[in-house]
Design a protein around this ligand. Sequence first.
Ligand code: BG6
Length: 478
Amino acid sequence: MTRFPDGFLWGGATAANQIEGAYDQGGKGISVADVMVAGEHNVPRIITDGIKEGYYYPNHTAIDFYHTYKEDIALFAEMGFKVFRMSIGWTRIFPNGDEEEPNEEGLKFYDAVIDELLKYDIEPLVTISHDELPFYLVKKMQGWSDKRVIDYYVRYATCLLNRYKGKVKYWLPFNEVNNLEFPLGNFIQGGILNEGTVDFENQVDDVKLRWKAMNNVLIAAAKTVIEGRKIDPSFRFGTMICHITEYPRTCHPEDILHVFREDQFRNELCSDVMMFGEYPYYAYSYFKENDIDLELSDEDRLTLKKGTCDFYTFSYYQSVCESVTYEEKTVKGNIMGGLKNPYLEESEWGWPIDPVGLRYTLNKVYDRYRCPIMITENGLGAIDKVEDGKIHDPYRIKYLHDHIEAMADAIKDGVDLIGYTSWGCIDLISMSTGEMKKRYGFIYVDLDNQGKGSGKRIRKDSFYWYKKVIESNGEILD
Ligand code: BG6
């Protein structure tokens, strides 16, 4: 008996804005990612009000996948990928977001990418919106806080669903949808740019406006599922949650209660809506405390109820400790906050490394949702060195090895895990810092933090390792 089921979907994940570059080609409009300046570890990315002279915007050129997709997909095929998680750049299809008709040139690019994947029998897993909202909608209407964006999004999404019917089966309406529950999600998830916001990590927040946006996003996702099922009943839609697994720092009952509630709020609220079709009870107590009225109509409630997802997906990078009784510093450099866990090591960017937490999380989410699960992001952001034209990355292999072992354990526990797409399978622009040197890939891309370099692709040691993992369906990990 093998540890992973037959047909397990091994692969990798990316997002259009972090790989494509060509930000002003093919009729593409400006997206939220295009106005974020490069930062560094502990130096937040500045958000500019439009594209300004004198700044370096790393997503403008990224790794130039727009021109190198054939070569890059050939490398994914060489590793044996069964699935490739990609996103579609909203502004390539609807440059401002509110157009009536799509930009054919943008669609042609994705036709070519998808056909290239299918040529190698790689299943495309498409994120419809991954931090790529048209900047025009930010300026015109504060993004998702305006209900009109629901219709714009559904027009965009149904355009893709019609176009790729018969080619794409798995769809994720939104990346890390729950990030908008927090001030950090204002700009890139919500398209909200409040006066006074200067950088990504310290955004001026208006909790009521943000929850309006959050609710509109959830309604748009449900509408997309409903429309999608009409277009092709064999489509499968998934939620995508940024799962920051929470542990109490002490066994003080107040800490247990605190973490239980934090976990519900952070990790479960959005997927409860997307999987069960209604806001959970604990959301209403939060809304009451914060004087938030979602103004849900009967029609909205019905939409949420009818437009539930088929499978659950999440990103898993780390766990954090929380406490209301224990005084200590947060984990250094970790934008997700949390207290230090003395039992865990951290990445160079201060993200705790916790493979056992993945087994725990898989069991926890399966217990709650009882549906097929995919891990759509996981990986180690690290600095790689090129030595004699080679990249030896045992640290990445160890990280992935331990997390894949944890997946095998969870499957043994009975979890219905159907796929794994490791994040940034090819080096790309970091979302949180805009750096190139925070690398996740099996494939090295010769570019530095200023976008300088040959752009050449080099197979890392982890490339050959992952190839063997896939070939053996997860049996050979050493
Ligand atoms: C997830 C995002 O939050 O984490 C990705 O969906 C992102 O877009 C990934 O790149 C890793 O984070 P970072 O900040 O290291 O790029």
